[in-house]
Every structure is written in structure tokens, then in C-alpha cells.
Design a binder for this molecule. Structure first.
Ligand SMILES: Nc1nc2c(c(=O)[nH]1)N[C@H]1C(S)=C(S)[C@@H](COP(=O)(O)OP(=O)(O)OC[C@H]3O[C@@H](n4cnc5c(=O)[nH]c(N)nc54)[C@H](O)[C@@H]3O)O[C@H]1N2
Ligand SMILES: Nc1nc2c(c(=O)[nH]1)N[C@H]1C(S)=C(S)[C@@H](COP(=O)(O)OP(=O)(O)OC[C@H]3O[C@@H](n4cnc5c(=O)[nH]c(N)nc54)[C@H](O)[C@@H]3O)O[C@H]1N2
Ligand code: SF4
Ligand SMILES: [Mo]
Length: 719
């Protein structure tokens, strides 16, 4: 039996639940991970990823030395290079000097618009704060974004418009105070498993009733009182019909509407066409279920809504989220313990990276870049001349990709891209287009753990330290800022992201003749002091205050205890705002050539493009891509369970095996986007929501054909 040298307490690097981990160590080896039973977020529970998925830290394919591409890459002819022989090892000095030279050369020759950065929701608050500060304060450009755009962007825009805040209103564990809750567009049991455990306890132990609204028969349906299996992309008519019934049947909360909201009259009038009969015809949900759901939710004492990507990842994602928000405003199910609106945030630190300004329209703390007062405030905070910061909203991730070589809305062409821990060659929609764009880039840096599909296009690869090898903080889905603690030395020459960014910033300052006093940090705790100075909600966050269970933002000052639930008394914007909506169908309807709706998403054992989970023993649990198809459709198409199929959209085709299952509904097929050998994003469409710029990952039209056995997809394309 192994006896531990020591135990280091830290935060799970996978999902936004933010479970507390105890890493049990002997020397430099983590040999087990457990969680303390008194952990406030997860009560000692962990899902399979937190418990077993950390071994990617030690994977032999991890890159632990800076690498430089041997051959210069001509724009237009850039190719992926996974093979180590295409790269040579370099010192940090050589790699960072090369990057500093190339970025300053682009900046001098073409101005700020030539540069863009992708930040990283897996990295810490401190890492992200510094990366956006580098691009904003030195390169004077707001072209910085991260996967939040591909994720809850529609929810964020809708919540900001309606209430002036986009975070979850509740603490996840408050679900036990609900008597009714809605889970929609969320496969909670696979994607936020520990929150799902709390939901199951709310139902089984505390008698809460659950309404699931989802086109797939996800696991939570087993616990539900009602399941409304809507057609993908029809949330606005469904929620508007629920609202219609609430108004029609006199189930609104008139006191709440009068005291806390505005725009009710026009909104109520706009509900007239959304009868349950109309919704049934559009959404495919029995009208009686719609009426029942409306009554159950509206008559509850304490009701809350939990949602994830089935809501925002549409070309009308903002409208979808607004249609849900309205339900809380109509009934007053918000602003009390156990009531509220809860977008379940996905990545371990997507809330924090967004808070810290890794977004093109906002400085840290959601302070709009095009507001003169905010710009002046940050000019002063960062010691730069008045008028120095760019007042234009920067480009979003999908716009940055599109702007390579040709320019984007209000911006010139992007020529150099700095990617800190994102993998757009797996995660962006319409990968053939993304590939074409990356081939055009003049200079690409990737800072990652592995040679990802994106990094393989780069000129320079910088090896980052993992969560286990660095200090910092993550902010989880219920706004809890928690410590990440270094347990082992970085493998090889890997370095923490914040250190790499500071080192690079000092080199750029030297080239541009700027002082580098703003880039002298010895510990990320010092970066947090600066964050606290510029983000009001973090004003009272200090490392010494995070020792126990962390702090839930807003934390107004160093004596403030943190905020478990939001919007008691008022919304940040004052009154909650109703907004009349219209139904707009998905961008790409099905037709005779492409008769199925493809919806994409996740499975329990894997993470996004697979860079970490496919370099972990989790890969053995779910080793190959599968397409879920309903048995009725399988008969029609002539596909058996486990048989290979070719799936084609207007943009590309992939091959994988079919899994015939009633987990999906007739007419809808599901493919997880974790597998590079059958990348679902080859099929998806890059049409975006006009307000939030989020792509329509949850609905496009595809055709499915059986493949002859000999054309079988390769069993494991792992490199
Ligand atoms: N195991 C695992 N967990 C993860 C992740 C991971 O990669 N792997 N990623 C994390 C991240 S970043 C995120 S953002 C979250 C995402 O968490 P989820 O959103 O729960 O994950 P998805 O698999 O995308 O599931 C989307 C859900 O929306 C439903 N849906 C599809 N179309 C529609 C629609 O039109 N309307 C409605 N109402 N529902 C629809 C799907 O059936 C599915 O249940 O997961 C986080 N957790
Ligand atoms: N079809 C389809 N596509 C989708 C979605 C969907 O539902 N369907 N969902 C979208 C959503 S919600 C999201 S969030 C995005 C996710 O998209 P991405 O953020 O591009 O996906 P990840 O694979 O999580 O990329 C994170 C990268 O960071 C690296 N990494 C991990 N830890 C660190 C670290 O500490 N430092 C550094 N520098 N790197 C690190 C990992 O190796 C990995 O390569 O995908 C989107 N794409
Ligand atoms: S639920 Fe999320 S945070 Fe908790 S162990 Fe699983 S992946 Fe980690
Ligand atoms: Mo996400």
C-alpha cells in the first residue's frame, strides 16, 4: 500500500460545478484523488472525471518544451503538423523573443487590428486577466474572446438585457429548497453530474417536482414528473405558450410584476398567438403537457429554472433564454432562496474568465468597452495615456476566425493569433471553413498541454502547466472563487500561463519602449489584488480569505462574506425587463436531401475536443465516436445498432458507428463533438445568433447512410 507524503486540496479542472479535490501525493506522483466529505460544493462526491481523469497530467504525449516549427509557413499554405519532426525544441528565451518580435512587427506594420487572442476557460482568473490586459493595454485591441462565446453567450446577453447580470442566481445546492424546478437544454447527469446528484436528492428526499424540457430522453427524465420532448430549436414557442397559459389562467404574480418589472403590457399582448395548440403544432409537444407544466411551475412556492446549451446554442439563442427569463418575471420565482434563473456554466473557469474580461465587448467586470467612463477608468488603472484604449467592441471567436485574411465587422484583417488553451479546430462550427481560415493566418501561437488539432497549425508552441502544477483561482458556476493549489512541479519546462504571459508582456514592452512595471508579479495572489481593484464584484477577494470554501461573488469589500443568492430586492439594472418575442425557426431546415436534425453535445466521460480526456484513462471507458439514432429512424434508414454510417451535411461528412437508442427522439440524431476521427463540427453550421454571435451547434440538417462493413470507420484514431 502506498502511504502519501502529503495531500494538497485544490479545485477540479473539468466542469463548472467546481468540486473540491484532495490530491494524494507521493513525491511527484498523484496516486489518488478524493474529496473531503465536508466540501460545501460537492459534499465529498466526485464524478468519474474528477476522480479518475487527472492522469493526463502525466501523459507521455504532453508537450513540456517550447517548440518552433522548422519550416516557415506561408499564409495560404499552412498545414497541420502533428509529427514531432516538423518541430524543433527551443529555449523559452528563443520562443518568447520570436513571439515578441513577430507580434510587435505585425502591430507596427498593420496596427492593433492585426492581432487577436483566444483566452482559456480552463486556465485561472489570473491567467485570463493578464492575457486580456496584454492585448488591451499594450496592443490596444479588444479582439479577445474565449469559449464562452460558443457556450452561454445567448444566455449572457439575455440575462444582461433583462436584469443587468448574467450569473446564476442561486447556489446549486439550493435546489433542495425548490418545490418545483425546470431543467431544460441540460443533460445535467452527464455534464454537471454533482449538481444532478443534488437535484435527485431534492426530488427523492425533499419531494421536489421536476419538469424536463429536452428533445433527448436524458437521464434526469427518469426523475421527472413531466417530460416535454420538444423539437430542437422550438424553445421560444414552447416557453411563450407556457407564459400564455400562466397569463390566461390568472397564475401571474401581479405584485412582483408591478414592483420589480417593466414592459409587461406589451409583452403580455405579444403572447396572444402562442396558444398551446400553436405550440403543439410547432414544437411537437402535447398541448396538455404544456398546460400542466405552466400550472406546476406557476403554482409552486419556490421554483427555479436550470438550463444549459440546448437554450443558447441556436441562431435565436438569446430569444430562447429571454423566453425562459420571462417565466420567472411573470411568477416572481426569483430573488428568494430557492427561486431563480440558473444557466449552468460549463468549463471549470468560464465564469471567472468572463468576469476577468476575456471578452471583446467588456473590460473586466462586464464594463462595456465603448463607454467612455470605463475606458478612462482602465486607462488610469493600467497607467496608459487618456484615449489610449480602443473604444471599439472587439471581434468574437467566430468573427476572429472569419477575419483572418479578410477583416471582420469594423476591423481590419487578423494576421496573428495567440491561442491560450482553446482548440478551435475541434470546437468551432463548420471545421472545413475554420481550417481554411487557419491556413491563411500569418502567425499563430498556441499555449496548450498537448499538440492539439489547432496547435498543429502553429508557428510556436508554448507548453503550459496544468492545474496540478500551478497556483491561482477558478470561479465556479455559482460564482464561488476557489483556490487552485500547486501540488507538483511543472513537468519538464512547462510554465504557468500567468508566468508565460507576464514574461512575454515584458519582452513586448522592451521592444515598444514601454515601462514593464505593470508586469512584475511573483505570485498570482498579487494578480488577484489587482483584479480586486478593477472588478467591483471581486473587491473583497484575497487569497488569505479563500482558504476554506472560497467566496461567492459579489464580494463588496474585504469584510463582506460573499453572496449566496442574487436579486433580493432589486436587479442590477433596476427593474426586470420583459421583451416581446417572435418565433424564428432554425437557420437550416431539414429537407428531402438532409432529412434529420443533428444535435451535438457531450458524454459523461469526455471533454470537448478530447485533448485532455482522450489522453487519460477515461478514453478506455468511451473509446470511439457513436451517433445516437431512434429505433424507428434506424429501421427506415436501414441501420443496425453498432453498424457504421456516413453522416453528411451541406458542409462535410464523417463516418462513425450508430447507436440505436430511444434516448433520442424520431427525426433527431445526436453526435458528441469529442472525437477528432469523426469530428461533429465538420457537419455543423456557422450561422450565428445576431445578438450574441453564438453558433447554431444544436440544429443543422444531415443525411445518414449505412456504410458497407469494409468501409468501417477506423477504431481509434488517437494520435
Ligand atoms: N462530461 C462533460 N461534461 C461537461 C462538458 C464536457 O465536454 N463533457 N463540457 C462543459 C461545458 S463547457 C458546458 S457548456 C456544459 C454543457 O452542458 P449541456 O448543455 O448539458 O451539454 P450538451 O451535451 O451540449 O447538452 C445539451 C442539452 O440540450 C438539449 N437540447 C438540444 N437541442 C435543444 C433545443 O433546441 N432545446 C432544448 N430545450 N434543449 C435542447 C440536448 O438534448 C442536451 O440534453 O457541460 C459542461 N460539462
Ligand atoms: N458541435 C459542438 N461544438 C461545440 C459545442 C457543442 O455543444 N457542440 N460546445 C461549445 C462549448 S460550450 C465550448 S465551452 C467549447 C469548448 O471549446 P474549447 O475551449 O476550444 O475546448 P477545450 O477542448 O476545452 O479546449 C481547451 C484546451 O485547453 C487546454 N488546457 C487545459 N488546461 C489548460 C491550462 O491550464 N492552460 C492552457 N494553456 N491550456 C490548457 C486543453 O488541452 C485544450 O486543448 O466548444 C464549443 N463547441
Ligand atoms: S462534477 Fe464537474 S467539478 Fe465535480 S468532479 Fe465532476 S467534472 Fe469535476
Ligand atoms: Mo461550454
Amino acid at each position: 500500500m502506498i502511504t502519501p507524503d502529503r495531500t494538497v486540496t485544490t479545485t477540479c479542472p473539468f466542469c463548472g460545478v467546481g468540486c473540491k479535490l484532495n490530491l494524494h501525493l507521493k513525491g511527484e506522483q498523484i496516486y489518488a484523488v478524493t474529496s473531503p466529505a465536508d466540501a460545501v460544493v460537492n459534499h465529498g462526491n466526485l464524478c468519474v472525471k474528477g476522480r479518475f481523469g487527472w492522469d493526463y497530467v502525466y501523459h507521455r504525449k504532453r508537450i513540456t518544451t517550447p517548440l518552433i516549427r522548422r519550416e516557415a509557413q506561408a499564409p495560404g499554405a499552412r498545414k497541420q503538423a502533428f509529427d514531432r519532426s516538423a518541430w524543433r525544441e527551443a529555449s523559452w528565451d528563443e520562443a518568447l523573443d520570436l513571439i515578441a518580435d513577430r507580434l510587435t512587427a505585425q502591430f507596427r506594420a498593420h496596427g492593433p487590428d492585426a492581432l487577436a487572442a483566444f483566452a482559456c476557460a480552463k486556465a485561472t482568473n489570473e491567467d485570463n486577466y493578464l492575457l486580456q490586459k496584454l492585448f488591451r493595454s499594450i496592443f490596444r485591441i479588444n479582439n479577445i474572446d474565449h469559449c464562452t462565446r460558443l457556450c452561454h453567450a445567448g444566455s449572457v446577453v439575455a440575462l444582461q438585457q433583462a436584469m443587468g447580470s448574467s450569473a446564476m442566481s442561486n447556489t446549486a445546492s439550493e435546489v433542495i429548497h425548490n418545490d418545483v424546478f425546470i431543467v431544460t437544454g441540460s443533460n445535467t447527469a452527464e455534464t454537471h453530474p454533482i449538481i444532478a446528484i443534488q437535484m435527485k436528492a431534492a426530488i427523492r428526499k425533499h419531494g421536489a417536482k421536476l419538469i424536463v424540457i429536452d428533445p433527448r430522453r436524458v437521464e434526469m427524465v427518469d426523475y421527472a414528473t413531466l417530460w416535454l420532448p420538444l423539437r430542437p430549436g422550438t424553445d421560444v414557442p414552447l416557453y411563450s405558450a407556457i407564459a400564455h397559459v400562466i397569463v390566461r389562467d390568472g397564475l401571474t404574480n401581479p405584485d412582483f410584476i408591478a414592483a420589480r418589472t417593466e414592459g409587461y403590457e406589451a409583452y403580455a399582448a405579444s403572447l396572444a398567438p402562442f396558444t398551446p395548440e400553436y405550440a403543439e403544432s410547432v414544437c411537437g409537444v402535447d398541448r396538455r403537457l404544456i398546460v400542466e407544466a405552466a400550472h406546476l411551475y406557476a403554482k409552486a412556492q419556490n421554483a427555479a429554472i436550470y438550463w444549459a446549451l440546448g437554450i443558447p446554442e441556436h441562431t435565436h439563442g438569446t430569444d430562447n433564454a429571454s423566453s425562459l427569463i420571462h417565466l420567472a418575471f411573470l411568477t416572481g420565482h426569483i430573488g428568494r432562496r430557492g427561486t431563480g434563473l440558473n444557466p449552468l456554466r460549463g468549463q471549470n473557469n468560464v465564469q471567472g474568465a468572463s468576469d476577468c474580461g476575456a471578452m471583446p465587448w467588456h473590460y473586466p467586470g462586464y464594463q462595456a468597452v465603448d463607454d467612455e467612463r470605463n475606458a478612462r477608468f482602465f486607462e488610469e488603472a493600467w497607467g496608459i495615456e487618456p484615449g489610449g484604449l480602443d473604444r471599439r467592441r472587439g471581434l468574437s471567436t467566430t468573427e476572429i476566425v472569419g477575419a483572418i485574411g479578410k477583416g471582420g465587422p469594423g476591423h481590419g484583417p487578423v494576421r496573428a493569433l495567440y491561442v491560450m488553451g482553446e482548440n478551435p479546430m475541434m470546437s468551432e462550427p463548420n471545421l472545413n471553413h475554420t481550417r481554411h481560415q487557419l491556413e491563411q493566418i500569418e502567425f499563430l501561437v498556441c499555449q496548450d498541454l498537448f499538440m492539439t488539432e489547432t496547435a498543429a497549425f502553429a508557428d510556436v508552441f508554448l507548453p503550459a502547466a496544468t492545474f496540478a502544477e500551478k497556483n491561482g483561482t477558478f470561479t465556479n458556476t455559482d460564482r464561488r472563487v476557489q483556490r487552485v493549489r500547486q501540488a507538483i512541479a511543472p513537468r519538464g519546462q512547462a510554465r504557468a500561463d500567468w508566468e508565460i504571459v507576464c514574461d512575454l508582456a515584458r519582452r513586448v514592452c522592451a521592444r515598444l519602449g514601454l515601462p514593464d512595471t505593470a508586469w512584475q508579479f511573483e505570485h498570482p495572489g498579487q494578480v488577484m489584488v489587482e483584479i480586486a481593484r478593477v472588478i467591483p464584484d471581486y473587491a473583497g477577494v484575497r487569497y488569505e480569505r479563500l482558504e476554506g470554501e472560497g467566496l461567492q461573488t459579489p464580494v463588496a469589500d474585504t469584510a463582506h462574506p460573499g453572496t449566496p443568492f442574487l436579486f433580493e430586492g432589486r436587479f442590477p439594472r433596476g427593474r426586470g425587463k420583459f421583451r416581446p418575442l417572435e418565433y424564428r425557426p432554425a437557420a437550416e431546415p431539414t429537407d428531402a436531401d438532409f432529412p434529420f436534425i443533428l444535435t451535438t453535445g457531450r458524454v459523461l466521460e469526455h471533454w470537448h475536443g478530447g485533448s485532455i480526456t482522450r489522453h487519460s484513462r477515461l478514453d478506455e471507458l468511451f473509446p470511439e465516436p457513436l451517433m445516437e439514432m431512434h429505433p424507428d429512424d434506424a429501421v427506415r434508414v436501414g441501420v443496425g445498432d453498432g453498424q457504421p454510417v456516413r453522416v453528411a451535411s451541406r458542409r462535410g461528412a464523417i463516418s462513425l458507428k450508430a447507436k440505436v437508442t430511444t434516448k433520442t427522439t424520431p427525426g433527431v440524431v445526436f453526435i458528441p463533438f469529442h472525437f477528432h476521427e469523426a469530428a461533429a463540427n465538420v457537419l455543423t453550421l456557422d450561422a450565428v445568433d445576431p445578438m450574441a454571435k453564438i453558433p447554431e451547434y444544436k440544429a443543422c440538417a444531415v443525411r445518414v447512410e449505412p456504410l458497407a462493413e469494409e468501409a468501417k470507420p477506423s477504431r481509434r484514431g488517437r494520435r
